[in-house]
Design a protein around this ligand. Structure first.
Ligand code: PBG
Length: 328
């Protein structure tokens, strides 16, 4: 005890601090989300996500080469679907020559060793902005899961290494796993968004993809009947264990910073890799406060990323990946 023990000895200089540091960030912690649009030569700023862009496939090609050169070897792909292709049936989601499927091929062509994960959910394709099919005010579960399984097959055939269902329908991991195996796509992995909360932090993402639920009669105004209640803790572990039993190779907690208690709970109980998604609203808050001069952008960014890893993340999906890697 004091004065025999003095903890400040281990904080005396950067040399000793770095020698005893418990957590470090490296490029191979990161999964980089990318937003793709139709067209050529398109690189559109996203107003609520300063410094982030939607890009057409020609820019995507250059982007993944740059990421690879920086040591970032894994991407998570999202598409912005033109309005005239949206419906409440998921038609475009199953198009083997759709934007997502061409996006995967483009990346594999530009950078064959890049790991490609694809978002699997209906919201970017949905005329009503839901992750599933909507009938009479209800988001249908089993019908949606079947559709997501067919969608996953098209992503796997295009060359995706992992499909990443972000929808939170019950049983979709098993449905997708069986469908992939039936099509002899058993080498395609599944990263499940297993504990995904009904969060207000997804706002900027819905701006980016124009994918928010529409304000119409008989259309649920939010996603609370499928995404989890932010008040719940035990439910997260139950969801995660079910997804692992159904065949998830990687599981996820989302959002990040406000849910690090959940991350640690799950990390202590499971033995598959755990991903954490630092979502669009978390990114936007840091950007906005830094723009006002109220926070030190780089310091806060690195502190949040370290906190996510310290809490138990094996994989960090973050819009900050590139900026963070330049600093470490
Ligand atoms: C939709 C999906 C969302 C995000 C990833 N996939 C939004 C939502 O559930 O409404 C959010 C990501 C972010 O905010 O960065 N399936």
């Amino acid at each position: 005890m004091y004065p025999l023990r003095r903890n400040r000895r281990l904080r005396k200089s950067e040399a000793i601090r770095s020698l005893v540091r418990e957590t470090r960030l490296s490029p191979d912690d990161f999964l980089v989300p990318l937003f793709v649009v139709e067209g050529k030569g398109v690189k559109e700023a996203i107003p609520s996500m300063p410094g982030y862009f939607r890009m057409s496939l020609d820019y995507l090609r250059e982007e993944v080469k740059e990421l690879w050169g920086m040591g970032l070897g894994a991407v998570l792909l999202f598409v912005k679907v033109p309005d005239d292709l949206k419906d409440n049936k998921g038609t475009e989601a199953l198009n083997q020559d759709g934007l997502m499927q061409r996006g995967v091929k483009t990346i594999k062509d530009a950078c064959p060793d890049m790991l490609v994960m694809t978002d699997v959910a209906l919201d970017p394709y949905s005329s009503v902005g839901h992750d599933g099919l909507v009938l009479e005010g209800e988001v249908l579960n089993d019908e949606t899961a079947e559709l997501l399984a067919e969608m996953s097959i098209t992503h796997a055939r295009a060359g995706a290494d992992f499909v990443a269902p972000s929808d939170m329908m019950d049983g979709r991991i098993l449905t997708i796993r069986e469908a992939l195996d039936d099509e002899e796509l058993s080498n395609t992995g599944i990263m499940s968004y297993s504990a995904k909360y009904a969060s207000a932090f997804y706002g900027p993402f819905r701006d980016a993809l124009d994918s928010a639920p529409v304000n119409m009669e008989n259309i649920p105004k939010d996603k609370k009947t499928y995404q989890m209640d932010p008040a719940n803790r035990h439910e997260a572990l139950r969801e995660t264990e079910m997804d692992i039993d159904e065949g998830a190779d990687i599981v996820m907690v989302k959002p990040g910073i406000s849910y690090l208690d959940i991350v640690r709970d799950i990390k202590n109980e499971i033995e598959v890799p755990l991903a954490v998604y630092q979502v669009s609203g978390e990114y936007a808050m840091v950007k906005a406060a830094a723009e006002k001069g109220w926070l030190d952008h780089d310091a806060v960014m690195l502190e949040q990323l370290i906190a996510i890893k310290r809490a138990g993340a094996d994989i960090i999906a973050s819009y900050f990946a590139k900026e963070a890697i330049k600093l470490i």
